[in-house]
Structures are given as structure tokens and as C-alpha cells.
Design a binder for this molecule. Sequence first.
Ligand code: HEC
Ligand code: HEC
Ligand code: HEC
Ligand code: HEC
Ligand code: HEC
Length: 212
Amino acid sequence: MDKGINKQFSYMIAMLIVIGLGMSFKNSTFHIPGNQEDYEPKQPIEFSHQLHAGEMEINCQYCHFGAEDSKHAGIPPAIVCMNCHKFVNNTTNETRLSEQETREPVANLEISRIYASLGIGMDGQKKGNENPTKWVKVHNVPDFVFFSHKPHISANVDCAKCHGDVASMTRVKQVSDLSMGWCLDCHSQDHNQLQQVAGRTAPLLDCASCHY
Ligand code: HEC
Ligand code: HEC
Ligand code: HEC
Ligand code: HEC
Ligand code: HEC
């Protein structure tokens, strides 16, 4: 091939790549591997949102208190659990069962793990070293993406819009695919309405809003 054709050829390839990228942005399910829809890992303590956020109606932000003001919603430290579990080391069903069998209730194994993570026994006495629970992170966006809860919670986007009905889940599951198309779908949906919110630093479809 002579130089001229070669140059044209590279130009065409470059265009194809650009068009290809453009198409992948439009295709809302395309995303790089690593963030998995339906990911539902087992956790070190069988904590149930269905019980706590559903049946007991504890507010999401009672535990995820970072969501309003920071990038991360955060996972609550064990002392937040202890606000209640200092007094509750058993379920109602287990207590009822032990009453029927006229014996002392036995501490719930999963609840005892909260105590163990703080290095204390069920009697509240110091027993060993603290060993914070290593919760498995369910939702992950790659490092080159900037995501923060704060602007979303400030704009009243409901947790469920992105995380699904967590209050009905016994184990948390990723329901959205967290692809770029998914972010852009919502960012362009109510574009005119979204554009009016005061204090926003960048337009919602700008590459630089989400990429460093
Ligand atoms: C609202 C947020 C947002 C905006 C705006 C945005 N991106 Fe992304 N982008 C993402 C997310 C999230 C991912 C990661 C997707 C994944 O993990 O599957 C991503 C991934 C990418 C990737 C990796 C390949 C791919 O398609 O997944 C490229 C390249 C990219 N973005 C370029 C751009 C360019 C260029 C623009 C401007 C036209 C842009 N992005 C605007 C959120 C955004
Ligand atoms: C606009 C979509 C969106 C909304 C609304 C949203 N989240 Fe998230 N959330 C995400 C994404 C995306 C991640 C992954 C972030 C990462 O990997 O850095 C995430 C991560 C999390 C995590 C993991 C720990 C962390 O902070 O990174 C928790 C917990 C969480 N969200 C709880 C909540 C709660 C509670 C609400 C409502 C008060 C909420 N989220 C609202 C998209 C959202
Ligand atoms: C507002 C009070 C409150 C908070 C905060 C709380 N819990 Fe609970 N939790 C309860 C009550 C009450 C029960 C017993 C429900 C019943 O009677 O069956 C319970 C039950 C449990 C169980 C046993 C469930 C079963 O069916 O075996 C586990 C495990 C548990 N909680 C873990 C946690 C963890 C981990 C945290 C902190 C992230 C936490 N809880 C925070 C009130 C709370
Ligand atoms: C009593 C405390 C408590 C309450 C109330 C609570 N959560 Fe959680 N949440 C946790 C704990 C502990 C974890 C980590 C273990 C797990 O994934 O189940 C968690 C994990 C999560 C995750 C997964 C984070 C990740 O790793 O990506 C999301 C999303 C989430 N919560 C959303 C919510 C929403 C939405 C509500 C309200 C409907 C809520 N939570 C109410 C304690 C709580
Ligand atoms: C369900 C709708 C929805 C989804 C999904 C969503 N966003 Fe947003 N996003 C919003 C709204 C609403 C705002 C706030 C607009 C405002 O304050 O003007 C916002 C604001 C932002 C901002 C702040 C822009 C600024 O400079 O102030 C960033 C960054 C952002 N989103 C990133 C993301 C990323 C990354 C994803 C995907 C992982 C995502 N968003 C998914 C609705 C959404």
C-alpha cells in the first residue's frame, strides 16, 4: 500500500472506532465487565433489609447516614446495630419457642456476630479484639467514573430508583446494570426539569460530570 491509502485507511479505522464508541453509549446495556446485574453475594452476617427496613420500617438513612451529605451512603458501623441489639439478642420467634420449652432463650448466632465484631461477649463484657465485619460490597462503579450520592439525594431521587425495593430483600441484590447508558437514560429523561436545579456544577450529559 502507498502512503496516501495507508493514511486514509487509518483514518477510516479511527472513524469506525469513534462510531463504535458512540454506538456503545447509545446501547444502554453495554458496559465493561465487573459490575454485574443480579449480583447477590452472601454476607458475613445474615442481615435482612426485609426485616429491618421492611417490617420494622427503620429509615434507610438511619443506617446509611452518609447518603445525604457525601459521596458514599456508607455501611453502618456495629455501634449503630448496638443501639438496639444491646437489648435484643434474639428474635421474637426464638423467645416464644424457648418459653414453650421452658428453657432460657439462646442468643441468636447471627446477632452474636455483631457482639463478636466489637470484641465483647453476649454479657457485654470485653472478650477479645475488635474485628469489624467485612461486608461484601454489592454495587461498584469503576474507578474512572465519578459517582456521588449527595446530588441525587439532594434532588430527591429515591433510593429505589437505583437500588430497587431493598426493603423487600432478605439479601441485597443489584437490580440496575449501572452501565453508562443507565446513568445517561435518567440524566437525559427529565433534562429540562433537571437543568433547573440550583447549585449543580456541570450539565448532566457532559463527559466531565462523570469522568475525571
Ligand atoms: C452520567 C454519567 C456519565 C456521563 C455523563 C458519561 N459517562 Fe462514560 N461512563 C459512565 C459509567 C457509569 C461508565 C461505566 C460503565 C460500566 O462500568 O459498565 C462509563 C464508561 C465509559 C467508557 C468505557 C466504555 C464503556 O462504554 O463502558 C468510556 C470510553 C466513556 N464512559 C466515555 C464517555 C464519554 C466520551 C462521555 C461524554 C460523551 C461520557 N462517557 C459521559 C458514566 C458516564
Ligand atoms: C442515582 C442512583 C442512586 C441513588 C438514588 C442511590 N444510590 Fe446508592 N449507589 C449507587 C451507585 C451507582 C453505587 C455504587 C457506588 C460506587 O461504587 O462508588 C451505590 C452504592 C451504595 C451503597 C454502598 C456503599 C457506598 O456508599 O458506596 C449503599 C449502602 C447505598 N448505595 C445506599 C443507598 C441509599 C440508602 C440510598 C437512598 C438514601 C441510595 N443508595 C440512593 C446509586 C444510587
Ligand atoms: C432499630 C432497632 C434495630 C437496629 C438499629 C438493628 N436491629 Fe437487628 N433486629 C432488631 C430486632 C427488634 C430484631 C428481632 C426481630 C424479631 O423479633 O424477630 C432484630 C433481628 C436481627 C437479626 C436476626 C434475624 C433473624 O431472623 O435471625 C440480625 C442478624 C440482625 N438483627 C442484625 C442487625 C445488624 C447487623 C444491624 C446493624 C447493621 C441491626 N440488626 C440493627 C432491631 C434492630
Ligand atoms: C438497620 C440498618 C440498615 C437499614 C435500616 C438499611 N440498611 Fe442498607 N445495609 C445495611 C447493612 C449492614 C448493609 C451491608 C450488608 C448487606 O449488604 O446486607 C447494607 C447494604 C445496603 C446496600 C448494598 C450496598 C453495597 O454493598 O452495594 C444497599 C443498596 C442498601 N443497603 C440500601 C438500603 C436502603 C434503600 C434502605 C432503606 C429501604 C436500607 N438500606 C436500610 C444496613 C441497613
Ligand atoms: C434515576 C435517575 C438518575 C440516575 C440513574 C443517575 N442519576 Fe446522576 N443525577 C440525577 C439527578 C436528578 C441529579 C441532580 C441534578 C441537579 O442537581 O441538578 C444527578 C446529578 C449527578 C451528578 C452531579 C452533577 C454535578 O456536577 O452537580 C453526577 C456526577 C451524577 N449525577 C452521576 C451519575 C452517575 C455516574 C450515574 C450512574 C452510575 C448516575 N448519575 C445515575 C439523576 C440520576
